[in-house]
Design a binder for this molecule. Structure first.
Ligand code: BEZ
Ligand code: FE
Length: 287
């Protein structure tokens, strides 16, 4: 038996072991995973030591993961697997708003605010007026769409990264009768993804940074439409071309306009500078 035949025999045996998998899709996934994983190991001529280090790395990823920290998702994010999956499952219509990564900082049960309400909840930062409309790809306004937003404060931290259980910088509201939406938040800031664990070691070893450009997360649901998970990225952020998780899309880069102290569109009087951003959300009908 040649070396190549010996290696192929292992791959063939594993492939054969999955042949009886009843679920067709699961069988397809397992067989393809086997082919690619084995192909990878053969291609790089994986050493025993490297195999052990990889197992050690994945073990540490598992150990640091708990209800508050998902290092496996972070690993998927920095490897670009999350964004590849987003891309594979992208809306069919080019008119629909593009999607990006979900990230680990979404929290179920955020407070509802009225149209024009404030999701800041005490988060530190420049007040920011966010407004636009929610429409379907054919232009029809969507009333009653559920728009959920979350973001880091001006120190680049999400509420869940602080001690205590304060909810800040997150909330949801319903679009109005003409699909309009508007709310106050704070201007989002650039921040570094958690890099004090194994994923951080990987970034450091590769000479890569951990920064994400400033962004506001949005999750938008409406009956009869695909859920949209996206961000609004702040134009001009120096990290736009080096997002640690490859989430930036040109169509999602928007101007956060700075304003001097004065009266905001809803009549609120601000005694210090504030910002505003306008963005129309376009949802694709569900298949
Ligand atoms: C975020 O934008 O919240 C995020 C996304 C991926 C990894 C870490 C954070
Ligand atoms: Fe984020």
């Amino acid at each position: 038996m040649t070396q190549q035949e010996r290696e192929q025999a292992v791959t063939d045996a594993v492939l054969a072991s999955f042949e009886q998998t009843k679920d067709d899709r699961l069988r397809e996934l397992l067989e393809s995973l086997t082919r690619h994983l084995h192909g990878f190991a053969s291609e790089v001529r994986l050493t025993q030591d490297e195999w052990e280090r990889a197992i050690g790395f994945l073990t540490r990823v598992g150990h640091i993961t708990d209800d508050h920290r998902q290092e496996f998702i972070l690993l998927s994010d920095v490897l670009g697997l999350s964004m590849l999956t987003v891309g594979i499952n992208a809306p069919v219509s080019s008119a629909a708003t593009e999607s990006t990564v979900f990230g680990p900082f979404f929290v179920e049960g955020a407070p509802e605010v009225p149209l024009g309400g404030d999701i800041a909840g005490g988060a530190k930062g420049t007040p920011c007026w966010v407004s636009g409309t929610v429409r379907s790809t054919d232009g029809t306004p969507i009333a009653g769409g559920r728009i959920e937003a979350w973001e880091a404060d001006e120190d680049g931290l999400y509420d869940v990264q602080y001690e205590g259980n304060r909810t800040a910088g997150r909330g949801w509201l319903k679009s109005g009768p003409s699909g309009e939406y508007r709310f106050w938040s704070v201007r989002p800031s650039a921040y570094g993804i958690p890099d004090d664990g194994p994923v951080g070691e990987l970034l450091a070893a590769a000479g890569r940074g951990a920064m994400r450009p400033a962004h506001l997360h949005l999750k938008v649901d409406a009956p009869g439409h695909r859920t949209l998970i996206t961000h609004l990225f702040a134009a001009g952020d120096p990290n736009l071309d080096r997002d640690a998780v490859f989430g930036v899309k040109d169509s999602l880069i928007v101007e956060f306009v700075e304003h001097r102290a004065g009266t905001a569109p809803d009549g609120r009087i601000l005694d210090s500078s504030w910002a505003s951003v306008a963005f129309d959300i376009v949802l694709e009908p569900a298949a």
